[in-house]
Design a protein around this ligand. Structure first.
Ligand code: GDD
Ligand code: GTP
Length: 411
């Protein structure tokens, strides 16, 4: 069997997920009714995995409840949190915890970035790895040329062999990008050890070495630059290109497309959790069993309603996430937005974002020549008064909106 490692990062990270990460670590944010990392675990149930390690530098207590619940829901896994004493980079943790990873001598292991949303074609990656006896298989997807340089870029030959890998290149080299999902042969641990030694030597011989500079500490190692780049020169590195959906969950606004994609996937697979189409439900929609939605409210497509949330008569909610204990009063309209925990939206109010093109991999739009958030975000306990209109705004926790606002960050 295989092991799986999920890189969850830590509390100093996820800053672009603010203001939603102020109240909850990003990996636990719920899209389509479940924490982001729950979707990773679900994907892992489709293959033979017995152990899953979450690797990060959040406090020990952060994932305790999640792991307890997930261990019941996914009895086929042992799930453990491995805490880094400081951010070690995307490969530093793999090195630090190498004994745990190598215990029982697994032939290979998966590494997943926690902050991606996709269909996780893990079986296909295993198959490719078998066919080519690969040392590493990376999941790739095509994006627009403009978007590509925000990601790791892959140049491959027709036989799927990776010839060249460059992390966030300055100039265009390829529109096949790194999805943040890898399958490694155990031998990669030796490569990581080598890279560590190379780095230590470089530090020892560098008179200008500054350990306080970000990422320069001697136990930090970056999977992308320090391992994948060199690996591409060795001819045993392959890419599986997915044509299914893939999105990064970086900014808070990117939770909206992730929610939509996971809801569509659940609906297509006939999930019994999701209500059928009706006069007032345009699937896919997720409604938590404890939420209260008035039968005259119209929901969907791509809407999640969280625990104990209340949606009043005549309200309209579309392409949005409504979190725990939020309230949407009668005849209010919520489009392309995230309504935070305990937020309240008044009667006849309009809270709106702008649709984003799926291929652009961005969550900002240009309005009158200025970059603004495409998704409107009301953080925890915000209040929008009756008949107020909020457009393309990010509203920090506990704010009260008494007049119309557009294209602003409300602090
Ligand atoms: N444990 C741990 N320790 N996790 C970390 C650390 C660390 O020090 N630093 C980052 N991570 C986790 C993040 O939580 C995230 O899940 C993942 O590693 C990658 O995060 P970043 O290092 O911020 O990279 P990125 O998201 O900008 O880009 C990466 O992902 C893209 C796909 O989403 C790269 O791998 C790109 O090449 C790739 O295209
Ligand atoms: P579909 O076109 O089938 O999605 O139905 P729809 O016409 O209700 O939704 P549309 O896609 O046009 O987007 C939502 C729209 O609902 C907004 O543009 C508003 O014009 C309208 N709307 C605004 N306030 C309310 C309200 O209180 N209740 C309802 N039902 N709709 C509202």
């Amino acid at each position: 069997s295989t092991k799986a490692l999920i890189l969850v990062g830590g509390s100093q990270r996820g800053t672009r997920f603010r203001p939603l990460s102020l109240d909850l670590p990003k990996p636990l944010f719920e899209v389509a009714g479940h924490p982001i990392i729950w979707h990773c675990l679900t994907a892992l149930t489709k293959i033979d995995v017995k152990e899953v390690f979450l690797i990060g530098y959040y406090d020990e207590s952060v994932f305790r409840d999640f792991i307890r619940d997930a261990s019941k829901e996914f009895p086929q896994f042992v799930i453990k949190y491995l805490r880094e004493y400081q951010p070690l980079g995307t490969a530093g943790g793999l090195y630090h915890f190498r004994d745990v990873i190598q215990k029982g001598s697994p032939k290979r292991f998966f590494v997943l970035n926690a902050d991606v949303c996709c269909s996780f074609p893990l079986k296909e990656m295993l198959q490719l790895s078998d066919d080519r006896e690969a040392e590493a298989v990376i999941l790739g997807t095509r994006v627009s040329n403009e978007a590509a340089s925000n990601f790791g870029c892959i140049v491959s030959d027709p036989g799927k062999r990776v010839l060249h890998y460059v992390e966030k290149p300055e100039s265009h080299i390829s529109n096949l990008i790194n999805c943040g999902v890898y399958l490694f042969d155990s031998s990669i641990i030796f490569k990581i050890r080598k890279a560590m030694e190379v780095k230590a030597k470089r530090i020892a011989s560098d008179p200008l070495y500054d350990p306080t500079e970000e990422g320069s500490s001697d136990d930090v190692l970056r999977l992308e630059q320090d391992i994948l780049g060199p690996l591409a020169d060795e001819k045993n590195f392959y890419v599986y290109e997915t044509r299914d959906f893939w999105r990064q969950i970086k900014t808070a606004g990117s939770a909206v497309p992730a929610n939509a994609l996971y809801l569509q996937k659940a609906y297509q697979s006939g999930s019994e959790d999701l209500p059928a189409a009706s006069a007032t439900i345009i699937p896919p929609v997720y409604i938590h069993p404890t939420a209260s939605v008035d039968p005259t409210a119209k929901l969907g497509p791509n809407v999640s309603i969280g625990p104990r949330a209340v949606v009043g008569p005549g309200a309209r909610v579309k392409e949005s996430i409504v979190l725990e204990d939020a309230e949407i009063k009668h005849d209010a309209c919520v489009l392309y937005s995230i309504v935070g925990w305990g937020a309240r939206i008044g009667a006849w109010a309009r809270v709106e974002g702008t649709p984003i093109s799926v291929t652009q991999h961005t969550t900002t739009v240009l309005k009158n020549g200025v970059k603004v958030q495409s998704v409107t975000i009301l953080a925890k306990d915000c209040v929008v008064h009756d008949e107020i209109r909020v457009q393309n705004c990010v509203c920090l926790p506990y704010k009260e909106l008494k007049k119309d606002v557009a294209n602003e960050v409300i602090m």
